[in-house]
Design a protein around this ligand. Structure first.
Ligand code: NDP
Length: 447
């Protein structure tokens, strides 16, 4: 006789073939929920899990655009409006050639629980396109964004669905998308977050995910009377999340010794200092170059032609690039090298075999939906500021962010204890995020 979660999982596999990332994300959550379902028979009675794993709406559309040579290009656009039980759909847009329906469904599903954990009123969504911004001119990126928004604007709105950035979508892309929305709808509203500071953006939004992941690491270490001071840290990625993770690690007295892009990793045993970080920011955000140039500029650093830094000995690891970037073998290597903490800036960066090893080893392991929730939390604060038509100070937003990350850790930590798995923040985060959404779904009836 199979259990409720097993039956739901079977249905998810049957109805969503060829979506392995979505299966992975759902399975991890369902595996955590048995102790909660035992205490809440009303969830099964009302088919909460069947509804919770089925998106409310999936949009797929054509995005035609002209490249600089006047040639027609066609990409595919998506928006997954997964769950609006606790607020308007909220979640980023990803532009990357690996984007598929299944990848975005996994991200939107994770986002439901993450947004619930932030304590702010935001539902779960995600979107994007298989468009690759790499090597494209600004004019091409603009034409693409305008074409995408021409369709997307029918479905989103400040009280309906509020997208933000993710991989391949930063300030430039949000600007082009916002401009086109404004033109088509003739309204200036907080329909996107991650906006520029001159036109409705929030201070600390660019920093929020990276800073938040480090704040979360501090909370985990504090449970063992430890701190980041003097810790050697490996960071993957060299985009938005990685850059501000490194910045906050520096401020906390830790030493970040690596970062990467999809071609390779740099290992700088002396540590990435303020000046080197400025070089990375200019390289990646302005010149849009490759991380290998770091080793040319700073010859003491080594360039390794592997996109992952997990072979480098470290105390703490901050995966901040993409999903499934820590395999089971990588996890083994990290543990063998004495790693005591993993804080996930990226979404689902650790494969299930790796997660099992971290949990089993009892290291401090902060799953993405908790550790990287700082980005969407400050997006929520950007929405609040837009509604108030006010701008809060840097200190104010940062202190909110810090408090939210502490609260998320506390909720996940206490929930893990409550459901009989002390220290297991995977279970704790899933449980804490889920109950609020499930109860809201019950309150709102069968919709
Ligand atoms: P960016 O596009 O700014 O940076 C992504 C970085 O990861 C780049 O260095 C990129 O290298 C590298 N990368 C991307 N895909 C791969 C791949 N398949 N293999 C190896 N390296 C890869 O994105 P963000 O920093 O915004 O996002 C990073 C992660 O953080 C993602 O998992 C995202 O979902 C998550 N996240 C982001 C939030 C945000 O606020 N931005 C919020 C919460 C989570 P290259 O330049 O070569 O492509």
């Amino acid at each position: 006789m199979s259990t409720y979660t097993e039956r739901v999982m079977e249905g998810v596999l049957r109805r969503n073939p060829s979506e392995p990332e979505f299966h992975q994300a759902v399975k991890e959550v369902l595996d955590s929920l048995d102790p909660i379902l035992e205490q809440h028979p009303e969830y099964e009675k009302n088919c909460i899990l069947e509804r919770f794993t089925e998106p409310e709406r999936v949009l797929m559309f054509r995005i035609p655009w002209l490249n600089d040579n006047g040639k027609v290009q066609v990409n595919r656009g998506f928006r997954i409006e997964f769950n609006s039980a606790i607020g308007p759909y909220k979640g980023g847009l990803r532009f990357h050639p690996t984007v598929t329906l299944g990848v975005l469904k996994f991200l939107a599903f994770e986002q439901i629980l993450k947004n619930s954990l932030t304590t702010l009123p935001m539902g779960g969504g995600k979107g994007g396109s298989d468009f690759d911004p790499k090597g494209k001119s600004d004019a091409e990126v603009m034409r693409f964004c305008q074409s995408m928004m021409t369709e997307l604007c029918r479905h989103i709105g400040p009280n309906t669905d509020v997208p933000a950035g993710d991989i391949g979508v930063g300030g430039r892309e949000i600007g082009y998308l916002f401009g086109q929305y404004k033109r088509l709808r003739n309204e200036f509203t907080g329909v996107l977050t991650g906006k520029g500071l001159n036109w409705g953006g929030s201070l600390i939004r660019p920093e929020a995910t990276g800073y938040g992941s480090v704040y979360f690491a501090q909370e985990m270490l504090a449970t063992r009377d430890d701190s980041l001071e003097g810790k050697v840290c490996t960071v993957s990625g060299s985009g938005n999340v990685a850059q501000y993770t490194i910045e906050k690690l520096l401020q906390c007295g830790a030493k970040a010794v690596s970062c990467s892009d999809s071609n390779g990793t740099i290992h700088d045993p002396d540590g990435i200092d303020e000046e080197k970080l400025q070089f990375i920011m200019e390289l990646k955000n302005v010149r849009r170059g490759r991380i290998s140039e770091y080793a040319e500029k700073y010859p003491k650093a080594k360039y390794i032609k592997v996109a992952r830094p997990w072979g480098i000995k470290c105390d703490c690891a901050f995966p901040s690039a993409t999903q499934n970037e820590i395999t089971g073998d990588d996890a083994k290597t990290l543990l063998a090298n004495g790693c005591i903490l993993v804080s996930e800036g990226a979404n689902m960066p650790t494969e299930p075999e790796g997660v099992d090893q971290f949990v089993h080893a009892g290291i401090l392991y902060g799953p993405g939906k908790a550790a990287n929730a700082g980005g969407v939390a400050v997006s929520g604060l950007e929405m609040s500021q837009n509604s108030q038509r006010l701008r809060w100070s840097r200190e104010e937003v940062d202190s909110y962010l810090h408090r939210i990350m502490k609260d998320i850790h506390k909720a996940a930590f206490e929930s893990a204890e409550k459901y009989g798995a002390p220290g297991n923040l995977v279970l704790g985060a899933n449980a804490a995020g889920f109950v609020k959404v499930a109860d809201s779904m019950l309150d709102q009836g069968l919709v």
